[in-house]
Design a protein around this ligand. Sequence first.
Ligand code: SF4
Length: 452
Amino acid sequence: MNSATLLKYDQRVPRYTSYPTAVQFTDAAGPEQHAEWLGEVGRKEAVSLYVHVPFCEVLCWYCGCNTQVGRHQSTFDTYTDLVCLEIDRVAAKLGARPSAAAVHWGGGTPSAIGTKRMARIMDKLREHFEFLPETEIAVEMDPRVLSPEDIDTLTGEMGVNRTSIGVQDFDAEVQAAVNRVQPYDLVADTVAQLRRGGIEDLNLDLMYGLPFQRRDNFSTSADLAVGLQPERMTLFGYAHVPWMFSHQKLIKESDLPNAEERLMLFDEALRRLEAADYVHIGLDHFSKTDSEMTIAQREGRLHRNFQGYTTDTAKTLIAFGASAISTLPGGFIQNKSAARDYMNAIKAGGLGTNRGVGLTDEDRLRSHIIERLMCDFHVDLDAVCDQFGVPVADLAADLGKLDPLIADDLVAVDGWRVDVLPPGRMLVRMACAAFDQYHSPNPDKPAHARAI
Ligand code: SF4
């Protein structure tokens, strides 16, 4: 596939960690809905849990997460107390003690509050949810703020069995340009200790599109990452949106690779990963040929949620902490984004709710189509419509939107079956957008990252 063809599709589209996406959240779904939807969670249903920690020790200038620099122990104590209070309140609305299929800690940097405080929150979760031997417990980690004792607490007392480490790039010049200085030896030591602690599922994040990345230095970074033998790797594209994250203004636009160079960087890393036996299982996700994720993808059991690709099959995700988004029977609901607003809302006796969106039957149909495309790279619209009891002809106009992708051999359509072809996999979001009823890009105020 030539780069000119791919670059035609370098547009701003959602990453589809949900459908409808967070852009559609409004105040129409607020605290009352939050409480009502929690009450609708099945009493015997296994649920997934998410805890958001919105603090980091230093800010990486490329960061697009909900976080802030936090160093005050008293703030961490208060935040921990209030998350525990939120868990108590949510559990009271559930009226049952569901089993936990998975727990995911994200941020920010979860360990920024200290692993002892994390363990307190985990104890609170164990009080209200039943943990099973097979419960997945995953933590996003920053090797710069993890001591050997922290790793022992995480893999021992807290029972963490999956981890994800942000690397982005090992090159010193790139690291300095994005304010994330994290030498290779530090990452390698952390990985070695996690392995000794029993971690058998490890993900490393790389990021392309950062300042001073070139073919030679980024391929070296990819090789070094692969050499650490993670089970999974994520290859994110840097989204430069300084109007949304003002700290990104510290990155000089003139130092950034252009669209063609970004594509070259992605392609270079892709070739390194494929040569090292990683399979491109989704948009930006790669996993070892024989890993659980690759097998799940092959068997159509992969799912997508706010944390990205997952083998977790729970339909309900209950999220705690600032900005955390829950997937509940009635729809999606998000907590207040700023740590201070969230803490004030909990102190005031609420659930920390900000806004959300209720799901219509049509949303559920389209969500399913988009999830299958994101996870399987194909979908049979006829079978899906049959399952949802709607005429497939209703989707004819959406199918027609795929024509340009078909003409460029990025997508193939046979009857009502849609296949995203291997050269189109990094653009799978473009195929999904054809089935997105809400997506209408505003070039003056883009809300999504570029497709490449
Ligand atoms: S450690 Fe992660 S969350 Fe924190 S500033 Fe860096 S990229 Fe953002």
